[in-house]
Write a protein that binds this ligand. Structure first.
Ligand SMILES: [Zn+2]
Length: 124
């Protein structure tokens, strides 16, 4: 069952406040335009307000910073990168999933670092 909507009329007051914090964090993240097909979503089952990109990666607020939210499709464990320290892989696929996720995330961070460097050089 999919209880996710992008219809802002279905967001309550709390969700709209969460959405505004999320959009501010996104605007401040220096990643504007890097995540393609980005949408603002609300899941009424989990209560989560999140951004989702064209690859269905999920981004949420973690202490006022925007971070990718991971979901291990093998064992159902979910959380931010830090939370995955507590993820106990149940099998090889589980382990592989986590490895893939975090290697990819490192690749993204490297790109962002380069991006930030090029922007700060432009501003000099
Ligand atoms: Zn797992």
């Amino acid at each position: 069952m999919n209880n996710t909507t992008q219809d802002l009329s279905e967001f309550g007051y709390i969700e709209l406040m969460e959405a505004s914090k999320l959009l501010k964090a996104y605007a401040d993240s220096h990643n504007i335009g890097e995540l393609k097909g980005l949408t603002l979503n609300f899941n009424s089952s989990s209560g989560f307000v999140f951004l989702s990109d064209e690859d269905l990666r999920v981004y949420m607020l973690n202490n006022d910073k925007i971070e990718e939210w991971f979901n291990c499709s093998y064992c159902g464990f979910e959380g931010f990168k830090d939370d995955f320290k507590d993820h106990k892989p149940k099998n090889a696929e589980c382990n592989e999933f986590v490895k893939d996720c975090f290697e990819f995330e490192n690749a993204i961070n490297e790109q962002n670092d380069n991006y930030n460097i090029s922007i700060s050089e432009v501003l000099k």
